[in-house]
Design a protein around this ligand. Structure first.
Ligand SMILES: Cc1cc2nc3c(=O)[nH]c(=O)nc-3n(C[C@H](O)[C@H](O)[C@H](O)COP(=O)(O)O)c2cc1C
Length: 203
């Protein structure tokens, strides 16, 4: 499939065919697309939880506006955004720097960037969560390219989902969830503004 065909194939799948599971070789490719996604300062802010347990999906569903995608999908991915680790300086950043052969100037630059741009912990959290959205987008587009459906989910109660998954909000926050699987129904027509409504060329 060509890239734009994949973008047209992709849609917000509202209910998946419960009888169909994604082959692990294909889901590994989707995870790899996520892993290869860049992040601000190369900090790799995002960690993933892949929920396959039906029992856990059933526990999560009422915390996510009871959305039907949750119990019917093949793979439910929870995007966790690091918060504590990515505030400079930290041991996590030190280790990342070592892996990448960076010296202490990098830590200083990162500290300055964070002081200048973020006035609160909430702003740090938001910055970290933006990186998760980029990763989710790579994974959704990769899935579409493989003929696999998905749905981004922002409709969830953050604190309750974190509690159910035993995530410590001092360390990580849940940014969003994405369901992957195979459509049960054909999607509705896609609606987007025309290019000339959203693009302005300055020449
Ligand atoms: C960040 C994000 C969060 C979303 N959250 C939900 C959600 O919680 N539930 C849902 O059914 N759709 C959700 N959607 C799907 C959008 O509503 C959908 O992509 C949009 O209406 C366009 O439809 P289409 O993707 O089928 O073309 C979300 C989409 C994005 C990008």
């Amino acid at each position: 499939m060509k890239f734009l065909e994949a973008m047209k194939f992709a849609h917000a799948c509202k209910i998946f065919d419960e009888t169909k599971k994604i082959p692990s070789e294909q889901f590994d490719q989707i995870l790899e697309a996520g892993r290869l996604t860049p992040s601000s300062f190369g900090l790799e802010h995002t960690r993933l939880l892949v929920i396959r347990s039906q029992e856990l999906k059933n526990t999560i569903q009422p915390l996510c506006w009871n959305q039907k995608q949750i119990p019917t999908c093949s793979e439910l991915v929870v995007f966790k955004s690091r918060v504590k680790d990515i505030i400079a300086p930290s041991q996590y950043i030190e280790e990342s720097m070592q892996r990448r052969g960076l010296d202490e100037r990098y830590m200083k630059r990162l500290e300055d960037f964070q002081k200048e741009n973020f006035k609160s912990r909430k702003e740090i959290e938001d910055w970290s969560m933006k990186q998760a959205y980029l990763m989710a987008s790579s994974m959704v587009n990769c899935a579409a390219y493989l003929g696999i459906d998905s749905c981004y989910l922002e409709g969830f109660e953050r604190e309750k989902v974190e509690e159910a998954l035993e995530i410590n909000p001092q360390e990580e926050r849940v940014a969003l969830l994405v369901c992957f699987g195979y459509r049960l129904n054909e999607p509705k027509a896609k609606h987007r503004q025309a290019l000339d409504e959203i693009v302005e060329f300055l020449e």
